[in-house]
Design a protein around this ligand. Structure first.
Ligand code: PBG
Length: 339
């Protein structure tokens, strides 16, 4: 008997009609994700070995300059949108004032010059902050025993760092320090040195997050003197505050930032959405080391599916309003769509 089953509910709207086949689902998909929208953060150091594993970030390595070049070649072929460089500075080169940051032959500037010579159009982002270079691990100059960087003195150094990065070939400088007034000062410093086309990607709303732990392990920026977690609450935002995040974004826009970034990403999707609606500038989000590590840990235990959760986390950040995403998954996502 092929008698049709009686329809029970008298519904005009049946949203499931749009979800019946993959073709239909693709037709009405609202958000896209492509490798070109992703930036791969890369850790580098002066090391003999081409690659050194990072314990708290399974699948991520710290690269030698030779390996870095190869990696960039691969990322370009995969269509990844760019890279962000993070140097692991030798402990002997660290001091309380982070002087190595102003050495034109320091690791990150050497890496930049080499990459720029080989890849004229690659988007290379350089972080502007003192933490890889200071013994105490703070992003700025601090008086002994203090957890509060000196604002204006630090900004002066950040401007010099940005000019060195511009000279060495950076596409964008990314102040991640959260000092007041640094975006305007860096813009002026870049312009007066002939680098008016270097972009500023400002970490506009960077929260004092516990999700940065694995990154600090990767660049060894935690205090070398104590095992205690470093406290950056006098400059990074309180995770409880949204109005303050909007204010920071407004200030950075007024000071001349080209792109505004929110960081971390996953736990702050509401902030991404709000800033998306309060500016016409492009928005970036940084899916940070702890967001990566927690997923990788669950995957290692066999509790979550890597590809599915990776893609869901990234599409959610795009849906919230981010145009581009800094993510440790950039390469693996690009590989997964390449074939
Ligand atoms: C340093 C900096 C940090 C990150 C990017 N730049 C760490 C911090 O502020 O302590 C974190 C990135 C990550 O966790 O993936 N200014």
């Amino acid at each position: 008997m092929s008698e049709k089953k009686h329809v029970q509910l008298d519904l005009i709207r049946r949203p499931r009609r749009l979800r019946q086949t993959q073709y239909l689902r693709d037709l009405v998909e609202e958000t896209s994700l492509s490798p070109a929208q992703l930036i791969q953060p890369i850790f580098i150091s002066d090391q003999e070995e081409p690659k050194l594993a990072i314990d708290s970030m399974p699948g991520m390595d710290c690269l030698s300059l030779g390996a870095l070049k190869q990696e960039c070649q691969t990322l370009i072929q995969l269509g990844v949108g760019g890279i962000a460089l993070f140097p692991r500075i030798h402990p002997d080169l660290k001091c309380d004032s982070g002087r190595e940051a102003l050495n034109p032959d320091s690791l990150v500037y050497r890496a930049l010059r080499e990459l720029r010579a080989s890849f004229p159009e690659l988007t290379i982002i350089v972080d502007i902050a003192l933490d890889p270079y200071t013994k105490h691990g703070h992003d700025g100059l601090v008086e002994t025993g203090s957890q509060a960087p000196l604002n204006d003195e630090t900004v002066e150094l950040l401007v010099e760092m940005a000019v060195l990065a511009g000279q060495a070939g950076a596409t964008m400088v990314a102040p991640s320090d959260m000092m007041d007034g640094r975006v305007g000062a860096i813009r002026e410093g870049l312009d007066s040195n002939g680098f008016e086309s270097v972009l500023i990607l400002s970490y506009a709303a960077k929260f004092a997050s516990a999700f940065y732990g694995p990154f600090r392990d990767a660049v060894r920026s935690v205090s070398l003197d104590s095992a205690n977690a470093i406290d950056k609450k006098t400059y990074q935002l309180n995770p409880a505050n949204r109005r303050e995040a909007l204010l920071e974004a407004d200030l950075d826009e007024a000071e001349g930032a080209d792109i505004l970034m929110i960081k971390p990403a996953g736990p702050y999707l509401d902030i991404i959405r709000e800033i998306r609606e309060s500016t016409e500038l492009p928005i970036a989000a940084y899916q940070v080391s702890g967001e990566y590590a927690q997923l990788m840990a669950a995957v290692e235990k066999g509790w979550l599916d890597l590809e599915a959760c990776r893609n869901e986390s990234l599409i959610s950040i795009r849906r919230a309003g981010a145009d581009l995403i800094l993510t440790y998954f950039a390469k693996s996502f690009a590989e997964s769509v390449a074939h």
